[in-house]
Every structure is written in structure tokens, then in C-alpha cells.
Design a binder for this molecule. Sequence first.
Ligand SMILES: Nc1ncnc2c1ncn2[C@@H]1O[C@H](COP(=O)(O)OP(=O)(O)OP(=O)(O)O)[C@@H](O)[C@H]1O
Length: 260
Amino acid sequence: MSPAPDPAAMEERNPGAAIEIAGLRKSFGEKIVLNGVNLGVRPGESLVIIGGSGTGKSVLLKCILGLLQPDSGTIMIDGIDMTEAPGGDRADVRRRTGMLFQGGALFDSLNVWRNVTFALTQGRARKGRSMRSLAVELLAKVGLDESVADLRPAEISGGMQKRVALARAIASRPDLVFFDEPTTGLDPIRANTINDLIRGLVTDLGCSAITITHDMESARRIADRVAMLHEGRIIWQGPVEMLDDSGNARVDKFINGRTD
Ligand SMILES: Nc1ncnc2c1ncn2[C@@H]1O[C@H](COP(=O)(O)OP(=O)(O)OP(=O)(O)O)[C@@H](O)[C@H]1O
């Protein structure tokens, strides 16, 4: 069950972005990776995309983020087709998105608080004091104390680095957040802390979220809805409560960890 939303945070909830992907195709040479993906995310919904290694989850995410150009199909975010929109419109949508990359990807040379506010300052050292207080507020949201603010990423643990990356992903109060394998490299206890934090933040902020993972525990804790990508298509999607009752043999096999 989702954690109850924090009433104070509810007042500041975002409307959340709506995403509609239709007929998305992407090949590399002869290799067809996405073969007509249809997928939607409602405002404020948390969608988790599962699928085996190499099935194209990252390629799909990169297409949505505009880092890869699909061969055909449409990706509508709040009514703007990201595959065709002018650069300015796409940049506007991107400004409203947050991203947690696999591995965290913090800047080693910047201390924790500058990492958290990096996107807001574009790396420039302006409004130092107010930015630091904002960073401290964001660190508190992910359960980190002010004492880590002036440390370098190398001086804190892997789990703490993930939390810092999470604070950075929500710094611009995004309408839409992407999480790429958020629990990779964490032990089960730390992984569950991150999963619960993600679920709580998405609920409190009211943003829409897309997470890709092959960690089923993570999927179950984060998702409102789950979609499974297999051989270039979404072969099943439904509410997370239906996952064990999907009626789809491939989904059953995947969630039970069978490779036969
Ligand atoms: N830039 C590229 N050029 C050529 N092939 C690519 C490129 N990017 C991805 N691929 C291929 O697309 C396929 C899907 O890769 P992708 O990284 O999306 O898989 P994935 O589902 O995210 O896997 P994993 O769970 O292991 O991260 C792979 O066969 C990969 O080799």
C-alpha cells in the first residue's frame, strides 16, 4: 500500500504530466529494438517498466528523454509531440522533468549541496546561501542531515549517494521523473529504503513517474501500474495489484525469476 501523502506537501502538489506513446519503433541497423510500443502514463501515476536484460528499456527511456531519435511513432508529453516539436518546446518539457540515473552519477568535484542544486544553477556558483538552504531542505526530504551538505560524494556511502541523486532529481519540482534502475548496487535493506522514498516523493509531489527496473521488489513498491516490455512491444500492462494474476505466461515467468 502507498504511504499516506504528507498534508503539507499536498498543498504544493504538481499536476503531473500526461504521457502517451504510440507506435514507437527504433532499430539499430538490422536489430529491431522497439517494434511498435504503445504506452500511457496518467498525470500523477507511477508506471514501472519491467523486462529482461537487453529488451530495450533503456532505449525506450532515451527516446522519451529525447536522447535518441525514434524511427517512427509519437511521444506526447502534455500534448507536445517530443519527436517533432521545436527545440524550445522540447526544452520546456525537459525543464519540467527530473532524472535519477543508474549509479547516481554525481559530480565528484562538487560537494553534496552543489550537486543537489546543480540543475537550478546550471553549475554556476550564484545565490550561494539560498541555494545551500534549498539543498538542505531537499536533503531532509530524502532523510539526510545537513552534516553531509559540505562533503564530497566520495566521502559518503553508496546508499547516501543515491539519496543525494534523488534529492537532485526532485530539486526543480518536476512534473515528471524518470528513475533508471534506482536500486542497482544496493543491498536489499538500502534498496527498500530507496524504493519507499521514491514512492513517498512521487505521492507527495504529485508528479508522474516512469521507472525502469528488473528488480521486482522495487517494481512492487514503486508502481501504481506495471508494463512489461518483451521483444520490442509492451506485452502486458496493468495495475500492480494484478501482477500476480496477469494471465500472461511471460509475466509469470519473469516475476518468478524463471529463465526457462
Ligand atoms: N546506441 C546503440 N547502438 C546500437 N545498439 C544499441 C544502442 N543502444 C542500445 N542498443 C541495443 O539495444 C538493445 C536494447 O538495449 P537496452 O540497453 O535498451 O536494454 P535494457 O532492456 O535496458 O537492458 P538492461 O536491463 O540490461 O539494462 C541491446 O541489444 C543493445 O545492444
